[in-house]
Design a protein around this ligand. Structure first.
Ligand code: GUN
Length: 294
């Protein structure tokens, strides 16, 4: 038995799935340009000097460039006022050339992140964070814009042909960006769902029963082999930066011995998130044009 071959078959290769998605988006961008004579455009807003956020925004712009989406970044000092951010968003909402708006999270504590999320026009909300889009998701309507990271997990499950109906899905972490929308997406597909978090007693009692486990806590190495179910599917959404290196919430080398599939960090959920952002930017762009035409 070749051990490294065995492991290879168990890796959820986010990069190769993202490459496939990007190919489709690139064709879609061409169709859009042909029809409307201009490229779709994404605007990002970055506040402060948080190194991971700076890297993520850079990766998002590179991805846009690869597929032909125009993109621009508005960079602000850590001390920028909430008013200034809200007024920029208002002008981007009104700018017909801008199809998608993304405010990189986290924001500094003096800025009300929920207020900012709620100020982005729902039709340009490529992150799916606006309460209207979140509300639609909670009601089972995912035909609008939904958060990119959980959508990336669903995309990977689809590509691997995994039907979540009737499965026990456990989400560790209850953030607005990942945990809550992830749970909603599983529920919308008739999984049985538990959401665990930092106050959950006996976390292992849940994780060990999970057919599908999604971990998004930012606690390096939280999940080990003895905490998962045999043959389960594990998505590692956590990111911890230490001495210029990136670590997930899952001890990959250990967990891969028991799991059926595991997403690595890096190269797992990260590329999927960016691929979903590209598809959402296209979706938003087409919807806006349709609306203009009617
Ligand atoms: N910070 C961490 N993940 C995300 C994301 O998906 N979107 C935004 N805007 N910020 C994030």
């Amino acid at each position: 038995m070749n051990n490294s071959e065995d492991i290879k078959d168990k890796v959820i290769d986010g990069k190769s799935i993202a490459d496939r998605v990007e190919k489709g988006v690139k064709e879609d961008v061409e169709r859009f340009k042909k029809k409307y004579g201009c490229a779709p455009r994404l605007a990002t807003i970055l506040v402060g000097e948080h190194p991971p956020s700076k890297l993520y925004v850079r990766l998002k712009h590179w991805a846009c460039k690869r597929v032909g989406i125009d993109s621009m970044n508005y960079k602000f000092d850590e001390n920028v006022s909430e008013k200034e951010i809200l007024s920029l968003i208002e002008s981007l909402n009104e700018d017909d050339k801008v199809n998608g708006i993304l405010v990189q999270m986290p924001l500094p504590p003096h800025i009300d992140a929920l207020k900012v999320m709620g100020s982005v026009s729902p039709i340009k909300d490529v992150d799916g964070f606006h309460p209207l889009n979140m509300g639609r998701l909670m009601q089972g309507d995912e035909s609008w814009l939904v958060p990119c990271t959980p959508k990336g997990v669903i995309e990977a499950l689809n590509i691997y042909g995994i039907d979540v109906q009737g499965q026990y899905a456990v989400v560790v972490g209850h953030s607005n960006i990942v945990g809550k929308p992830m749970a909603a997406m599983f529920l919308n597909r008739n999984a049985t769902v538990s959401v665990c978090h930092v106050y959950t007693k006996n976390l292992v009692d849940y994780t060990r029963e999970a057919d599908i486990l999604v971990v998004a806590t930012g606690v390096k190495g939280l999940i080990k082999k003895d905490m998962i179910k045999e043959d389960s599917i594990v998505f590692d959404v956590g990111i911890t930066w230490e001495d210029g290196k990136v670590y997930g919430d899952v001890v990959f080398d250990d967990v891969v011995k028991r799991a059926r599939l595991v997403s690595p960090v890096p190269g797992g959920v990260g590329p999927l998130t960016i691929a979903m952002l590209l598809t959402h930017t296209m979706k938003a762009a087409w919807k806006q044009k349709e609306r203009e035409e009617t």
